[in-house]
Ligand binder design. Structure first.
Ligand SMILES: Cc1cc2nc3c(=O)[nH]c(=O)nc-3n(C[C@H](O)[C@H](O)[C@H](O)COP(=O)(O)O)c2cc1C
Length: 219
């Protein structure tokens, strides 16, 4: 017997102001997102983190397998351990692992092995990609699915006036160890969430985005 069943799509979102204005407003908010590396320690309510992850959890995923897990870290002791381990890997990365080209590409961003935001931001959302379901079942297109969920999380944070950073210390295996994750969860990203520091500065170079003509083709 098939488990397939359809239901009416009655709760569609139809913006009262019309699609053009709704999109222009969204675009205006989206364009003001900047990767923030200079956080304030101003607290962010746990309920906001829960709603951010609810948004992420609403993302599409291969065969609806939802191959993601989010670990929201607030505990200063755990944040310190994550910072120490990340800075250890980042020191190796900047000194030995990164290619010359990679370092040159990072130069305009001014990044270095020091990651104080991992302790200062009130929350670190550590995102894991599931390689299998918790019941051992297969997952499909997990990378694509988790990437989409993370994009929605970042957009939701921006919509709420919160700052984020997409951090990928390499390798990231230490996150599974520190957070005691099972073998079917692979670290995907660390997303510090909070408010920018009062005197927060962001790299000018990263504001420049490719023009539409370069990223869009019509056929
Ligand atoms: C997959 C991914 C990994 C990233 N890793 C890091 C990182 O480890 N450290 C960092 O400072 N920024 C990281 N970034 C942020 C990028 O440098 C940033 O998105 C880019 O410079 C554009 O700036 P913007 O986000 O302000 O538009 C990462 C972004 C992405 C999407």
């Amino acid at each position: 017997m098939s488990s397939f069943e359809l239901e009416p799509y009655i709760d569609r979102h139809v913006p009262a102001e019309g699609p053009e204005l709704a999109l222009k407003q969204f675009l205006d908010v989206a364009r003001r997102r900047r990767t923030v590396r200079d956080f304030s320690d101003r607290p962010v309510a746990r309920s906001l983190i829960e709603d951010l992850v609810r948004v992420a959890g609403s993302a599409p995923s291969g065969a609806n397998k939802q191959p993601w897990r989010f670990v929201a870290v607030q505990d200063p002791v755990v944040k310190r351990r994550i910072r120490e381990a990340a800075e250890h890997e980042e020191r190796e990365f900047y000194a030995h692992r990164a290619t010359k080209e990679w370092l040159a590409d990072l130069a305009p961003l001014g990044t270095d092995p020091s990651k104080p935001f991992l302790e200062i931001a009130p929350w670190l959302i550590v995102v894991f990609r599931l390689t299998r379901g918790d019941d051992g079942s297969q997952v499909y297109y997990a990378h694509e699915s988790v990437g989409l969920a993370c994009g929605m999380l970042l957009a939701a944070a921006q919509h709420a006036g919160l700052a984020t950073l997409t951090h990928t210390p390499s390798p990231m295996g230490f996150l599974g160890e520190i957070l005691g994750r099972p073998a079917n969860e692979k670290p995907y990203l660390i997303v510090p969430v909070g408010h920018p520091a009062d005197d927060c500065r962001v790299p000018r170079a990263a504001r420049i985005k490719k023009p539409l003509a370069e990223i869009l083709e019509f056929r």
